[in-house]
Design a protein around this ligand. Structure first.
Ligand code: MIC
Ligand code: SF4
Length: 654
C-alpha cells in the first residue's frame, strides 16, 4: 500500500474522498493551482462560469509564458484578460518575461508537503521540492480554484532508488532519459515515481526538477523527491526557509514497485526523433551534423544548467554552420547569470539569446530549417512540434547541446572535454538568489478586487454549450489512428494556431490538421448533413503529452461523441470525460482491426450501460459485427458523461 512513502504521506493528509488503494478513485484537497496563458484563458472562462467570488485555494498563480509572439491584437488581448481575471479573483500573475511557469513555481511558490494542480502536463516539476504536483485539464483546475477536490485514480507508488555516483558529464537529464529508455512513454501510466537512495543527495533542487519535469513523458501521474536538507538550503536561498518542512520516507516505507538506477553506470544519453523514449547513448550517434541547438524549456534552463554550460563555452565559439540559442527558464536565472557575468560567455560564443519563455519548445519561433537537425535540452520531440514538419529533433542534456554546438555535430561531452579541455564543474547554489519578483503582480485587497472589470478582447469567444449524453449514439468512424497519438497531433500548437486558444469556433478548424487535413470537413459533414456523431478509433496510449483540453473540447464541438482506443493517457482521458466524449476501450484489443473509415456504428443503451456499469456493445452496421467495449470510469465520471460534461454536471448540482 506504499505507506510511509513521501507521496503516500502527502496524499493521506489531503484525502477527502475514497481510499488510498491503487486503482480506486480518490478526491484530494488542492492547496495551490497554476495556469499558463495557452490553457489559462479557457480555464478562467470556465472558472467565471462557476460563479465563485474569489479563488478558494491557498495560492493560485496565472503565468504568461507560452504565447508571447503578439503578432496581432489577439494574443495581447488574451494577456489583458488574464491580468484582469487575476486581479478580480485573488490570483498572482506572472507577467510575460518573468519565466516559464514550472521553473518560476519551483523558485518562488512551491511548498513541500502541499498539493498543486496545474493546467499544464509538466506541473510535476514542483515535485522536485517534495510536493504532490499534478498536471490536469483547465476545467479541473478551474474546479479546484472553486474549492472542489481533484479526482484521480490512486496511482501505484514506484520507488526509484538512485545508488552510486554520477560520473562527470552525466547529469539529471540522463537519469530521466534512462528511465524513458527502460519504460517508454507509457511506462508511467497510473504511477507516481518517488526518488530515494544515496544518489539523491547529489542532486540540487533544479536538477531534481529536471527529473520530475520529464517524468511527464513517462505518462506518470507525477514524480516526487523527499523534502530534505538540500530542499531547505534551496528554499532558504530563495528567502523562503519558513516554507520548508522535512518529509522523508519512513525507514520501513514499502513501495509498490522498485526500480534501481546505479548512477555510476550511466553515460550521456540522447532521445532521437520523434519520441522522448527513443533513447540511445550519445556516443552511438556521434557525428550527425546539427543545424541548430537550443538550451531552454521547463526541463533544462535553470541557473545550474546555464552556469555549467556557460563555463564549457569559456573562450570557445559556436560552429559556423550552427545557430545556437539560449532561452533562460526564468528572469531569476537570467538575473543571476547577468550579475555573475556568465551571460557574457554565451554572447562571446556567438549565441542568440531568446526570451525567458517556452518559445521554440512549443513551436513559437526558432523553427528548424527544412529537413534540419535540431538538438534541444527540452522534453518533447514529437514530429512537427518544432514548427517544421520534416525537422529531426533530438533531446539531450544542456552539456551535450553545448558540446555539439561547438563541434557542429552530435558530440559526447566527455570527448568534447578531452579534446577541448573543458572542465566539469559542480555548480554551487548561491547563498541568496535574486528573488526577481518584480514581474509578479501582487493580490489586491478583497474590496478593491471586487470592483475590477474583466477585460474581454474580440478574440475571446464564449464557451459552446453541450447536450447531455443521448440514449443511443448513431455515429460514423471519422478517423482511425495508431499508437501513442499525442495531443499535439489532435490539436496542434505553434505560431499559427496557438493564438486561437480562446476561440473554440476558430481553433476547431485545425483538429488533426497535420494528420488528416480532411478530418474537420468530414466531421462537420457527419454532424451537420448526416446529423450523426463522429467516432474516432485509436491505438495504445491515446492522447499522451500535453494537458491541453482543447484536444477534447474542439473535437466535441465538431461532433465527436466517442473515442474507442486500446488505452488512454491519463490527462486526456479525464479531459474527454470533462467534455462529454466517452472514452471506450476494446475488450479484445484485436478488435481494433474491425473498423474502417466511414463505417456506420451504433451504440445503444448508453445511458443504462453507464448507470449500471455494464459493458457497452458497438454495432458496426456496415459489417454487421458486434464488438464489446469496456471503460475505466469512476461513478462520478459516469455521471459527468451523462450530464454532457463537467460544467453541466457542476451547474446541475448548484
Ligand atoms: C506542452 O508542453 O505541450 C504545453 C504547451 O506546455 C502543454 C500545454 C498546452 O498545450 O498549452 C502541456 O504540456 O500541457
Ligand atoms: Fe513550455 Fe515546453 Fe515546458 Fe510545455 S514543455 S511548459 S511548452 S517549456
Amino acid at each position: 500500500m506504499a505507506k510511509g512513502t513521501v507521496a503516500y504521506k502527502i496524499l493521506e493528509k489531503h484525502l477527502v474522498k475514497g481510499k488510498l488503494i491503487p486503482g480506486e478513485e480518490i478526491g484530494i484537497k488542492i492547496d495551490q493551482t497554476l495556469t499558463q496563458d495557452a490553457t489559462g484563458t479557457m480555464a478562467y472562462l470556465q472558472f467565471e462560469a462557476m460563479g465563485v467570488k474569489r479563488v478558494k485555494t491557498e495560492l493560485s498563480v496565472s503565468y504568461i509564458d507560452h504565447n508571447m509572439l503578439q503578432t496581432d491584437f489577439r494574443n495581447p488581448d488574451d494577456h489583458k484578460y488574464l491580468m484582469s481575471v487575476a486581479k478580480r479573483y485573488g490570483i498572482y500573475l506572472s507577467k510575460p518575461g518573468n519565466g516559464i511557469c514550472h521553473q518560476v513555481h519551483v523558485e518562488r511558490f512551491a511548498v513541500p508537503g502541499k498539493t498543486l494542480i496545474g493546467s499544464d502536463s509538466h506541473t510535476p516539476t514542483s515535485g522536485g521540492v517534495g510536493m504532490i504536483a499534478i498536471g490536469a485539464g483547465g476545467l479541473d483546475v478551474a474546479a479546484a480554484m472553486a474549492g472542489e477536490p481533484f479526482f484521480i485514480k490512486m496511482p501505484k507508488i514506484v520507488g526509484v532508488k538512485l545508488t552510486g555516483k554520477m560520473p562527470p558529464w552525466v547529469t539529471a537529464k540522463d537519469i530521466i532519459l534512462e528511465l524513458l529508455r527502460r519504460l517508454t512513454v507509457k511506462g508511467g501510466l497510473g504511477k507516481i515515481f518517488e526518488y530515494f537512495g544515496e544518489g539523491i543527495k547529489e542532486l540540487s533542487v533544479p536538477e531534481r526538477a529536471t527529473i520530475t519535469n520529464m517524468g511527464a513523458e513517462l505518462g506518470a501521474t507525477t514524480s516526487i523527491f523527499p523534502s530534505d536538507e538540500i530542499t531547505r538550503e534551496y528554499l532558504k536561498a530563495q528567502g523562503r526557509e519558513e516554507d520548508w518542512v522535512e518529509i522523508l520516507p519512513d525507514p520501513d516505507a514499502e513501495y509498490d514497485e522498485i526500480i534501481e538506477i546505479n548512477l555510476s553506470e550511466l553515460e550521456p544519453l540522447i532521445a532521437q526523433p520523434h519520441s522522448p523514449d527513443n533513447v540511445v547513448p550519445v556516443r552511438d550517434i556521434e557525428g550527425i551534423k546539427v543545424d541548430q541547438v537550443v538550451i531552454g524549456s521547463c526541463t533544462n534552463s535553470s541557473f545550474v544548467d546555464l552556469m555549467r554550460t556557460a563555463k564549457m563555452l569559456e573562450g570557445k565559439r559556436v560552429h559556423p554552420d550552427v545557430v545556437f540559442a539560449v532561452a533562460p527558464g526564468s528572469k531569476q536565472a537570467l538575473e543571476l547569470i547577468t550579475q555573475n557575468g556568465a551571460l557574457l560567455n554565451f554572447l562571446k560564443a556567438g549565441a542568440r539569446i531568446l526570451e525567458t519563455a517556452c518559445g521554440p519548445c512549443i513551436g513559437m519561433g526558432y523553427a528548424p530549417p527544412s529537413g534540419g537537425v535540431s538538438l534541444r535540452s527540452f522534453n518533447r520531440n514529437f514530429e512537427g512540434r518544432s514548427g517544421t514538419k520534416d525537422a529531426k529533433v533530438y533531446l539531450a542534456s544542456p552539456e551535450v547541446c553545448v558540446a555539439s554546438a561547438v563541434t557542429g555535430e552530435i558530440t559526447d561531452p566527455r570527448r568534447f572535454a578531452e579534446r577541448n579541455g573543458a572542465k566539469w564543474i559542480k555548480v554551487e547554489m548561491p547563498e541568496k538568489f535574486p528573488y526577481g519578483d518584480e514581474a509578479i503582480i501582487e493580490l489586491l485587497p478583497e474590496e478593491e478586487a471586487e470592483k475590477v472589470e474583466i477585460y474581454r478582447g474580440p478574440n475571446i469567444k464564449p464557451l459552446p454549450e453541450f447536450d447531455p449524453m443521448p440514449s443511443s449514439i448513431e455515429g460514423e468512424v471519422a478517423l482511425i489512428v495508431g499508437d501513442n497519438i499525442t495531443t499535439d497531433h489532435i490539436m496542434p500548437a505553434g505560431a499559427k494556431i496557438l493564438p486561437l486558444r480562446s476561440n473554440i469556433y476558430a481553433i476547431s478548424e485545425y483538429v488533426y490538421h497535420y494528420v488528416d487535413p480532411e478530418f474537420v470537413e468530414r466531421a462537420k459533414n457527419i454532424r451537420d448533413v448526416k446529423k450523426k456523431a463522429s467516432i474516432i478509433i485509436g491505438g495504445e496510449n491515446y492522447g499522451q503529452g500535453s494537458s491541453r483540453e482543447h484536444a477534447a473540447l474542439a473535437p466535441r464541438f465538431l461532433g465527436v461523441r466517442a473515442v474507442i482506443a486500446k488505452s488512454f493517457a491519463r490527462i486526456h482521458h479525464t479531459n474527454l470525460v470533462n467534455f462529454g466524449i466517452i472514452p471506450l476501450e476494446f475488450a479484445d484489443k484485436d478488435d481494433y482491426q474491425k473498423f474502417s473509415l466511414g463505417d456506420e456504428l451504433r451504440i445503444d443503451n448508453v445511458i443504462e450501460a453507464l448507470k449500471e456499469e455494464r459493458d457497452i456493445i458497438v454495432k458496426n452496421m456496415t459489417t454487421g459485427e458486434e464488438i464489446r467495449l469496456t471503460y475505466n470510469l469512476a461513478p462520478r465520471q459516469r455521471e459527468i458523461l451523462l450530464a454532457g460534461g463537467l460544467l453541466n454536471w457542476i451547474k446541475s448540482r448548484q
